[in-house]
Ligand binder design. Structure first.
Ligand code: NDP
Length: 488
């Protein structure tokens, strides 16, 4: 049986490439190739730019209310097709249906709804200067590129396109080649909703296609989600080409701090969410779990018991499954390599530690939820982002110590604190160098709340009103009302 073959989505329709080059996409839970996708060759790349130029001329001339109206239709279509889209995300990523059906499409649609609501509020200001005055216009940047990671493919495409489009820009989006289908479905939905052709094009391929986007002189901005190392390359190319603006959503190694006075059950829930949700493939994961000595024993007892009893690995489409397969065989091996290094460097394995072959999905790339204790700050598993279900537990004694240790990293994406002491909660969070923080919670990321990292975890923000600034530029206009005086 021949495989379904998807093309690039350019100017409102699917467009064939000329080189005939394709790549395979595998279902991580079965190891089977499920479809193929055409690579964006030169023909596609040129067509994407020509289309985006036409798109931006039309879209940026529309009013905020007009843009909002069509974006809201796209939101309605996303919600209507929630299950169909969630299924695509499960097959592409290996994450459980339990999550994808209530989070991935919903949070993507929420972001578009949020920015559609803001589209008509984008405004400049005016100030009197004693007769003369100046005013500002908040203008779109033009053609933006979006480059996505594979863990939340549709959500990332929505989070990037929502503010870009609301502000009157257009976007050429490249999803990860591991998970290319969600963005194509979003492109179809935008067209169906009435977004003009050329406003959201999707180009497919690996790093070369991403590089082409970051180097293109007609692209004014690149919004990137991925690893720190790739982010640095993207920024260098963006600067070298035409000094593009950048938004960088990069990796993390976030601290989760649990004080003695925490509700143990809640703290364990927080730690499990912060490590095992989406099988650990979440950028904001709180993988360095700092536990205060007094609560350590009861915390570990509950953590081990609940991890062993309540986590169900298996066919991700089974509604009972709450932890899925990792994205690829290669990534599974990488995660197992980190687990090996944890053992070698003297951490104690509390549970997990191996690849798993569940009966309902024996060929999938599963790794058991893994907990290490007796960790120290120098171990590789404590220093590096693993992007898998591997938790490192570290013990601490006092507040000053844990703040210092939590901040001892070049990353600064997220952080969490569990405590019943309201003053301590805020005092500690205010001293942590991280962009996304939770108190007595972990992982929630509503469209209203800005997300983005400190230090090498990123530049700029997604979601939240704040993000409008990253997709517009200010034009200041001075108006002379008095006779112009000149020394010449
Ligand atoms: P990568 O950095 O490997 O890839 C990200 C994207 O960049 C992919 O589409 C990739 O293409 C593309 N790419 C690769 N090389 C280049 C290049 N030189 N120029 C332009 N584009 C390029 O990240 P992963 O996909 O492995 O995603 C995991 C990472 O993403 C983790 O570090 C995670 O923390 C981070 N992340 C951050 C988030 C945040 O909001 N802060 C959210 C989600 C993930 P292809 O893969 O097709 O080769």
């Amino acid at each position: 049986m021949s495989l379904v073959r998807y093309q690039n989505f350019i100017h409102g329709t699917y467009l064939a490439n000329t080189t005939n080059e394709v790549f395979d996409v595998r279902n991580p839970a079965t190891d089977e190739v499920i479809y193929q996708v055409e690579v964006a060759d030169e023909r596609i790349q040129q067509a994407a730019i020509e289309s985006a130029k036409k798109g931006v001329a039309q879209w940026s001339a529309m009013t905020g209310v007009e843009r909002s109206r069509v974006l809201l239709k796209a939101v309605a279509l996303l919600r209507e097709r929630n299950d169909e889209l969630a299924r695509i995300e499960v097959l592409d990523t290996g994450k459980p249906w339990q999550e994808a059906s209530v989070v991935d499409v919903v949070t993507g649609a929420d972001s578009i709804e949020f920015f559609a609501g803001l589209a008509a509020t984008i405004e400049g200001n005016q100030q009197d200067l004693g007769g003369d005055f100046y005013y500002t216009r908040r203008e779109p940047l033009g053609i933006c590129a979006g480059i996505g990671a594979w863990n939340y493919p549709l959500q990332i495409a929505c989070w990037k396109s929502a503010p870009a489009l609301a502000c009157g820009n257009v976007m050429i989006f490249k999803p990860s080649e591991e998970t290319p289908l969600g963005a194509l479905k979003l492109a179809e939905i935008f067209i169906e909703a009435g977004v003009p052709a050329g406003v959201f094009n999707v180009v497919q391929g690996a790093a070369e296609v991403g590089q082409w986007l970051t180097q293109h002189p007609d692209i004014e901005k690149v919004s990137f989600t991925g690893e720190v190392g790739t982010g640095k390359k993207v920024m260098a190319a963006a600067a070298a080409s035409n000094l593009k603006d950048v938004t960088m959503e990069l990796g993390g190694k976030s601290p989760l701090i649990i004080f003695d006075d925490s509700d143990v059950e809640e703290a364990v829930s927080g730690a499990m969410l912060a490590n095992f949700y989406t099988q650990g493939e979440v950028c904001t994961n709180g993988t360095r779990v700092f536990v205060q000595r007094g609560i350590y024993a009861s915390f570990m007892d509950q953590l081990k018991a609940r991890t062993e009893a309540n986590i169900v690995l298996g066919d991700p489409m089974d509604p009972e499954t709450n932890m899925g397969a990792l994205i690829s065989k290669k990534h599974q091996e990488l995660v197992l390599g980190y687990i090996q290094s944890g053992k070698q460097q003297g951490a104690t394995l509390v549970t997990g530690g191996d690849a798993v072959s569940p009966t309902s999905a024996p060929n999938g790339y599963f790794v058991a939820p893994t907990i290490f204790t007796d960790c120290n700050d120098e171990m590789t598993i404590v220093k590096e982002e693993i992007f898998g279900p591997v938790m490192s537990v570290l013990v601490f004694d006092d507040e000053e110590e844990v703040i210092r240790r939590a901040n001892d990293t070049h990353l600064g994406l997220a952080a969490g604190v569990f405590t019943q002491d309201i003053r301590r909660a805020h005092r500690v969070i205010h001293q942590i160098n991280a962009g996304i923080c939770w108190i007595n919670a972990y992982g929630a990321s509503p469209a209203e709340m800005p997300v983005g990292g400190y230090k090498q975890s990123g530049i700029g923000r997604e979601n939240g009103i704040e993000t409008l600034k990253h997709y517009t530029q200010i034009k200041a206009v001075y108006v002379g009302m008095n006779k112009l005086e000149s020394p010449f």
